[in-house]
Design a protein around this ligand. Structure first.
Ligand code: MSP
Length: 506
């Protein structure tokens, strides 16, 4: 079986889960479910980033021991994956022994290749971002310096180990040239390229002024910089350093899905360190955009954080997933508003999808005893069913290119055509004098619902499961290989009672 690997960033445990965490996770889940249904062997990891100054400070603020604190908050993220019905195959916590072992080994490899040296760091640091900044990347107000989005940075001076990042600029640029799809979308790649061209400095990779981190072996007072620690999580789940050849096959097809804010870490530091450690690079780094709330930047201080749990309580899981995946092109920013949310789920899910299935199956129950009326004929080029069966290859290309919203759009364009077909066919009239034609039309629609139900599984898993249950399609016949005429619903196949699929919201 072909192997593929998807990763979310691992989440800082200084905070409760919000829409950003849910978004990244839902994207990976949709991709994982899609490739799983397409007979890929899929690994999908997520997890929590539990070390560093930011987390240590949050624990202190809570007057809790850091380990007790991270255990508690990490649980909230585990619960979010459950609530979102995520299909992750692993959940990596950076405080786990297996991860510490992997991070130490990774450090050792860099050391053995003479990529680490001891010196002193003097410069600006943002605790929020856990990131070092050069002065040219900051703005000055009074005697203070801020990141471009307004976070105050602090000056630090301490002994530190450094990674020879400055040696890797040209090799990275060469790699990006030879692998033009390594960083996507392309606009983000261009950002990375200009960042590298502006000159890379060696990277400080250890801290001595606090303790909450993985100890550097052979040193009494250094802990690893939290980003080195965190990035290694992607290898931890492959049992690094004991990764088998088979596990490396997942790695070669590994796709890091991240937010645009953490691109530099994934597309510069991480590949440079992997090259330096002589480990092959993952396949892709895809940076998605950010959500705003009613046009405003989401922030705790503004108090406009969107809690995924509350959204799911109010509107349902599929509705939440659907909106996030459908509303914006992956890679671009999106605006979340309850108005557009309700408009989107009412028009697409309640009307276009739910209502069509409901009215068709109710009519079929009344006039054809809730059974498949006839055996449909193999469709010809211009038949609607021909288009139905040919949707999958198009969607597959979209998903391979991470165009999730486009894939969903294709399905809903087809649903609009099916609605039109129903309206033109007017079964409520034809049943009076042409029962045979009515039987053909209804059967065409019912078979199309089977295909649509199978195709929608990665995006709205609960509703598609419902649709396929109502159509009485066996669980083992829900993979993409069943998306053709050969597996059509046969005459007299019993259909279950239809239940309402999607409520409408005012
Ligand atoms: N711990 C690091 C990642 C280490 S990966 C080796 C981290 N964690 S985070 O919890 O701060 O962020 C996790 C993700 O949430 C990031 O991908 C970030 O882009 C995303 N989002 C945070 N706010 C967001 C929005 N408002 N909208 C969309 N995603 C955003 O960074």
């Amino acid at each position: 079986m072909k192997k593929i690997f998807f990763t979310t960033p691992i989440f800082y445990v200084n905070d409760s889960p919000h829409i950003g965490h849910a978004y990244t996770t839902i994207i990976c889940d949709a991709l994982s479910k899609f490739f799983n249904l397409d007979e890929y062997d899929v690994l999908f990891t997520t997890g929590t980033d539990e070390h560093g100054l930011k987390v240590e400070k949050a624990a202190k603020k809570n007057k809790t021991d850091p380990k007790v604190f991270v255990d508690k908050v990490s649980e909230n993220f585990v619960n979010l994956t459950k609530r979102l019905e995520i299909s992750n195959t692993d959940f990596v916590r950076t405080t786990e022994e297996r991860h510490k072992k992997a991070a130490r080994k990774f450090w050792k490899l860099l050391e053995e290749k003479d990529q680490i040296y001891l010196s002193k760091y003097e410069g600006w640091y943002s605790v929020r971002d856990e990131a070092f900044y050069q002065e040219k990347e900051l703005k000055k107000e009074g005697d203070k310096f801020y990141t471009l989005d307004g976070e105050e940075v602090q000056w630090i001076e301490e002994e530190s180990f450094f990674f020879r990042l400055s040696e890797w600029g040209d090799k990275l640029l060469k790699y990006f040239n030879e692998n033009p799809d390594f960083i996507l979308p392309l606009s983000r790649k261009n950002e990375v390229v200009s960042f590298i061209k502006s000159g890379l400095k060696d990277l400080s990779i250890s801290r001595t002024s606090f303790e909450w981190g993985i100890k550097v072996e052979g040193s009494t007072n250094h802990i690893m910089y939290v980003w080195i620690d965190a990035l290694v999580n992607y290898l931890t789940s492959l049992d690094f350093p004991n990764t088998s050849e088979e596990q490396f096959n997942y790695w070669k097809n590994c796709n890091h899905i991240i937010g645009k804010d953490i691109l530099k870490f994934h597309a510069v530091y991480w590949p440079a360190m992997l090259m330096a450690a002589d480990i092959p690079l993952p396949k892709k780094v895809f940076a998605h955009g950010w959500w705003t709330n009613e046009g405003k930047k989401i922030s705790k201080s503004v108090g406009n954080v969107i809690d995924p749990n509350l959204m799911i309580d109010k509107y349902g899981l599929d509705q939440f997933r659907y909106f996030l995946l459908r509303e914006v092109t992956l890679g671009q920013d999106g605006d979340f508003s309850e108005h557009s949310f309700k408009a989107r789920i009412n028009s697409d899910l309640s009307n276009n999808l739910g209502n069509l299935i409901q009215r068709t199956l109710k009519f079929n129950a009344k006039h054809f005893a809730n059974k498949m009326p006839i055996d449909i004929q193999e469709p010809k080029k211009n038949d609607l069913l021909y288009e139905v069966y040919n949707l999958f290859p198009k969607i597959k290309v979209n998903m391979q290119n991470f165009q999730i919203n486009k894939a969903i759009e294709e399905i809903f364009i087809l649903l609009a055509k099916l609605n039109k077909f129903m309206d033109t066919a007017e079964p409520w009239n034809s049943i009076k004098n042409n029962r045979e034609k009515t039987a053909i039309d209804l059967s065409t629609l019912i078979e199309s619902f089977r295909v649509v139900g199978i195709l929608l599984q990665p995006f709205i898993p609960d509703a598609s499961n419902n649709i396929l249950n109502i159509l009485n399609i066996e669980k083992k016949a829900r993979k993409f290989e069943f998306l053709n005429f050969k597996y059509k619903i046969n005459k007299d196949h019993c259909i279950n009672e239809i239940e309402p699929l999607f409520p409408k919201y005012d």
